[in-house]
Unconditional design. Structure first.
Length: 406
């Protein structure tokens, strides 16, 4: 169960609700249907469980950020760790490969297009490093679009291939095979994750979550006044989730609308750490930011502060008898109130606990909020022409002698 605080809507939300209903019904945007369509993947993933000790997940961007957020969030629940190979940094990759026994690792190669340069380069480097013949390898599987180059490679190598629905974009794919397959194999309750997403979807389309529409219209109508949107998460477990949000929001909402450049810049912060680095800017800096606080009502475990008074440190004795969770949540409340006093627009999302069902609901909330905000801005949330331009330039850089200095 999650509590969502509403922002005032500057106009009727009905037209936006109807636009989302039409988008869902069109069949062009597939993430709406993943809470149902991904259920059979759970059994398929379980069939891969041959006793591997480690899972290796090779992917980047939308093919990695969602699963990584969930693996970080639920690390204590996983029966086997997931090692993410994302950035082709040679020092980082060498260190991670050094910790691997390739015979005891299930390797997933994840790319929606099946041609992501960084992902395929790391995969090839891994094969070369361990001198692995991929043909018939029992511990290699791919996750990709049907009939992509990576899918065709899987057919050639006779290794399992899990398909991402073609109408599901990478940054909206965490509830597809991209996240469900490796996380199921790692031991996460992915059925509960999908149930949480389904619960919020049905709540929203029964028009019982109109606060989301109000928030999307607030963002769109105030895009020039508040072009920076901050997600302030008050739980260390949510740090990677905040990074997932940054990609979802930034890549979906930074677009051209004719000759106009449109966008809402996401900033992800972690409380209380970033109170000591960013809060001053929020309160006394330019009034160009709005803030959403993400808070956890009940942590799975807590730690008492105790009641020992220490010489010269009596100034913090007001904390005696309280716990670290109480302190963290009080800091969230105090920071929110400080921003209100400073005139910074903000709202609160409060999770009752950090469990799979609540996080599934939260994932679907942010995906729907992104879609609604894009519709309100009059842009396409699902393309990324700027990213594609960067990919073309990269290929041009390597089109000479095929070498770059390292």
């Amino acid at each position: 169960m999650i509590f969502y605080e509403a922002r005032p809507a500057p106009a009727s939300t009905q037209w936006l609700y109807e636009a989302l209903v039409a988008e869902r019904s069109s069949g062009k945007v597939g993430y709406y249907h993943l809470p149902d369509h991904s259920l059979p993947l759970i059994q398929r993933a379980q069939e891969l469980d041959w006793g591997f000790e480690t899972i290796v997940h090779i992917g980047i961007g939308g093919s990695s950020l969602g699963p990584k957020a969930l693996a970080h969030l639920f690390a204590s629940k996983l029966k086997r760790p997931i090692i993410f190979l994302e950035n082709p940094d040679p020092v980082e990759i060498r260190l991670k490969l050094a910790s691997l026994d390739p015979q005891k690792a299930q390797i997933f190669v994840v790319s929606k297009s099946g041609r992501t340069v960084e992902t395929l380069a790391i995969f090839k480097a891994l094969l070369n490093h361990f001198q692995i013949d991929p043909k018939g390898a029992r511990n290699i599987a791919v996750i990709t679009d049907p009939d992509s180059p990576l899918d065709r490679f899987a057919s050639w190598a006779k290794v399992p291939s899990f398909h991402i629905p073609p109408n599901v974009g990478g940054r909206f794919s965490v509830l597809s095979a991209v996240g469900i397959v490796p996380l199921t194999l790692a031991g996460l309750d992915t059925a509960a994750l999908l149930e949480g997403a389904r619960t919020f979807r049905e709540l929203f389309f029964a028009q019982q979550a109109n606060h989301l529409l109000a928030k999307a219209l607030f963002f769109a109508h105030n895009a020039k006044r508040y072009p920076i949107t901050v997600l302030f998460s008050y739980a260390s477990e949510l740090e990677e989730f905040t990074r997932w949000y940054v990609q979802l929001w930034g890549e979906s909402l930074g677009k051209r609308k004719g000759q106009e450049r449109v966008g809402l810049t996401p900033v992800g912060l972690l409380g209380t750490s970033d109170q000591h680095s960013f809060l001053q800017l929020l309160i006394d800096g330019p009034r160009d930011k709005s803030v959403t606080f993400l808070k956890v009502a009940r942590f799975g475990e807590d730690l008492p502060i105790g009641s020992r008074s220490l010489p010269h440190l009596e100034g913090v004795d007001f904390l005696d008898g309280h716990s670290l969770a109480q302190l963290l949540n009080a800091e969230c409340d105090a920071t929110k109130r400080a921003l209100e006093l400073a005139g910074v627009p903000n709202d609160l999302i409060e999770l009752q606990s950090l469990d799979e069902e609540s996080i599934g609901e939260l994932i679907f909330y942010f995906q729907l909020l992104t879609s609604a905000t894009a519709l309100a801005l009059g842009i396409n949330a699902y393309d990324q022409p700027g990213v594609e331009l960067g990919k073309r330039v990269l290929r041009q850089l390597f089109s000479g002698d095929g070498r770059q200095s390292g």
